[in-house]
Ligand binder design. Sequence first.
Ligand code: SDX
Length: 398
Amino acid sequence: GEGLRLFDAGFVNTAVARSRITEIDGAKGILRYRGYPIEQLSEKSTFLEVAYLLIYGELPSKNQFDDFEYEVMHHTYVHVKLAELEQSFQYDAHPMGMFIATMAAASTFDPSGNPALAGSDIYTKDKKLRNKQIFRILGKVTTIAAMAYRHRIGRPANPPQQGLSYTENFLYMMDHLSEPGFRPHPVLARALDVLFILHADHELNCSTAAMRHIGSSLVDPYSAVAGAAAALYGPLHGGANEAVVRMLESIGTVDKIPAFIESVKRREKKLMGFGHRIYTSYDPRATIIRKLAYDVFEVVGTEPLIEVAQALEQVALTDEYFTSRKLYPNVDFYSGLIYKAMGFPLDYFPVLFAIPRVAGWLAHWSEAMDEPNAKIWRPRQIYCGEARRDYVPIEHRD
Ligand code: SDX
């Protein structure tokens, strides 16, 4: 017979993978990386240590971390031709578009980047090569991201530095939030590191599912990361942090909130930064980011839009339209305000989401490469088009 015909738009009810990386309980607002609560990791760990945990499954020993950090930080350089390619964009090109294009191009600078040449099982069999790719991509991501920012402000790229942490080196290459001597402000560098921890993974969100989907064809991981970043770029996903600030700016002042809420109820607009496919409660990351905002405002001065954001949140948390749909703030609601207060350009925010999420994408990609009898992803469809019919020559068509 036809077999079971289940139409499940957006995979709302379909599990396409088994994973041991991240656990989310949407009703209770729980998020754990490899069993560790996000609250503890954001307080006690660093982004690079969390990247190790996500990819290899355990917190590293001191030696393991030092080796990992050495490898990643010694792969922060990009080929000059790749830098030239990235700097060939218009000065006002969207930095996320530059990031995606440059990440895809990066695969052409890596001999194993050509799967047809390299043979189809290198990533499932050769763990050493897989790790090499992981170090290269984690290392180059910040350089590619920083170069998009420097290009935007018309400044030359800063070469990566040794002796700085992963996030400090990123800020150094941005030459942003730095005090004299290029040492990034410690509070701001830590705040960004915590934001990177919070954005590192989130089980099978749209972009991570894209990473697994693309990776299932055994293409190289640079190309898969470029595809995942393309999914993250969308305003319903990682592009939401930029959309939230644009929404808050369009509202402008607290007294304009009722009119805005009415437009949302008329479905003319969405309350960006609210709602989630999995969380039907407050996103635990939003709770942490909300507090983090104040540490940042202490240093850079408050962000006037925070007042509109809080008033909007209060309305949404008490209004039956939102509570009945279980719409709570998600990770994007407050993160954009911190990035704005830190002086990053609005359209750079999705890039700040992509950098840490590369660790999650690589962790899921690596786990998928280890999956025994892995299959190329090929979902079924329900055909609801025309039945068989014969060709009609154009002279007989009306
Ligand atoms: C991220 O998946 C992940 O884990 C993603 C992420 C990660 O870390 O990777 O957490 C990061 O992408 C967070 C989400 C960022 N996106 C936004 O903030 C954009 C605004 N949010 C919505 O677009 C929406 O909430 C989604 C896309 C996030 C989730 O949509 P769902 O689960 O498909 O919900 P839905 O569209 O089925 O909506 C259910 C109801 C609908 O009402 P009805 O039309 O049926 O009456 O809720 C309404 C929707 O209209 N609704 C909203 C809304 N989100 C849902 N109404 C107003 N504003 C919103 N934001």
